[in-house]
Design a protein around this ligand. Structure first.
Ligand SMILES: NC(=O)c1ccc[n+]([C@@H]2O[C@H](COP(=O)([O-])OP(=O)(O)OC[C@H]3O[C@@H](n4cnc5c(N)ncnc54)[C@H](OP(=O)(O)O)[C@@H]3O)[C@@H](O)[C@H]2O)c1
Length: 363
């Protein structure tokens, strides 16, 4: 199939979660937003396109994208709701965190060859302003490069600061984690254990519950899809909950509030159960539990802690080397796999951090 520059190719849905570019050889491929999703995104919301590789202007760099970070935030940018970043425009490549290598630079201090973390897009090559570069990547011995987008990148840093700075767990306390088998959650429970806490996790299958306990050292795990949550929380957290690290929101948050201890803390990391909703539901009806327990609920974004990333990375790398933190990256290869991988965030068909590999770094 011949594709002309600028021509759009609809992604073919081979099954509900499998997409293909129709066997077309990759050049500067992009996956663009074809239309705004109504609810959970589908194949029809994306389109593949072959674009030009632009020249970087002053202050810009040309990146070759090596890995894409598949994050719930992308779903937020696909809608036209107000957020901390503007919505992705129709026809624009899907915005994404990336691990990239600078191919050509017109920005001082960012030489060609440097590997960087960037805010770029689902495309082979991106031209971005140096302001979209979030740091030079220093590889850590014994830890693969891809971990700079996972355990030593956004997910690990979110777990670290959200739990330790916002949740402030103390030895002997109980920490409950929602989306516990995901990229962020799988790290949170292990940090809680390092700090001498009891760790309990919520996830959507018995297999993932077993993984949390057997591999990651969680003390208890609840399959929220099959359990009666109130009853299961009493068993999993017999002394109540001191810290709730919440990535899910909605009814799970509402129920957990009833089990919060005096001076309990809720670290509001995300609300993935609400991310595809057309309209937001009323706030948690049990919010007065916060008053009754003199508890607090505090939101955060990882960027709040940007000045301390090196400190967190040093701790995380140390814990990995000591065998105290295990992590799993769920990596698929090829740009055409990105939409299906995004959908796994909502179906829960994954463990650990979702990444798409596009290319190897050039030495
Ligand atoms: N505050 C920040 O700065 C920041 C930064 C990064 C990420 N986050 C947030 O952190 C959370 C986790 O992100 P991640 O990238 O690590 O994703 P993830 O946890 O790897 O994937 C999301 C998981 O959420 C669960 N889930 C999906 N829909 C659900 C629903 N309706 N009800 C209950 N559980 C549901 C699924 O697991 P199950 O099988 O367990 O259902 C899925 O695997 C997200 O809420 C994200 O927005 C926040």
């Amino acid at each position: 199939m011949e594709v002309l520059e600028g021509e759009r190719v609809p992604l073919v849905a081979e099954s509900e979660t499998c997409f293909s570019l129709g066997g077309v050889a990759e050049a500067n491929w992009q996956i663009v937003l074809r239309k705004r999703p109504a609810g959970v995104p589908t194949a029809e919301d994306f389109e593949a396109r072959q674009g030009a590789v632009d020249e970087p202007r002053t202050g810009e760099v040309l990146l070759r994208n090596l890995y894409l970070s598949i994050d719930p935030a992308i779903r937020g940018w696909m809608s036209d709701a107000k957020s901390y970043l503007p919505p992705i425009g129709i026809g624009e490549p899907i915005r994404s965190g990336t691990l990239s290598q600078i191919v050509e630079s017109s920005a001082e201090g960012w030489p060609a060859g440097q590997i960087v973390q960037a805010l770029a897009a689902w495309e082979s090559y991106s031209v971005v302003s140096s302001r979209s570069l979030h740091g030079r990547v220093k590889t850590v011995e014994g830890i693969p490069l891809s971990s700079m987008l996972s355990v030593l990148g956004g997910t690990g840093l979110t777990a670290y600061f959200g739990l330790l700075d916002v949740g402030q767990p103390k030895q002997g306390e109980t920490v409950l984690v929602s989306a516990a088998a995901g990229g962020v959650g799988s790290i949170v429970g292990q940090i809680a254990k390092i700090k001498g806490c009891r760790a309990a996790g919520l996830t959507g299958s018995d297999e993932k519950c077993a993984w949390l306990i057997d591999e990651l050292g969680y003390d208890a795990a609840i399959n929220y899809k099959t359990a009666s949550l109130r009853v299961a929380l009493k068993e999993a957290c017999p002394d109540g909950i001191d810290v709730f690290f919440d990535s899910v929101g909605g009814e799970i948050l509402n129920t957990v509030l009833t089990r919060l201890n005096y001076h309990g803390r809720v670290a509001l990391c995300g609300a993935i159960s609400q991310i595809n909703a057309a309209e937001l539901p009323p706030g948690p009806s049990n919010y007065l539990q916060l008053l009754a327990k003199s508890a607090r609920m505090e939101g955060f974004t990882t960027l709040d802690f940007a000045r301390r990333y090196d400190e967190a990375r040093a701790d995380l790398a140390h814990w990995i080397r000591e065998g105290k933190i295990r992590y799993r990256d769920d990596i698929v290869e090829g740009l055409d796999e990105a939409p299906a991988h995004l959908l796994r965030l909502f179906s829960g068909e994954h463990r650990g951090k979702l990444l798409v590999k596009l290319a190897d770094a050039e030495v």
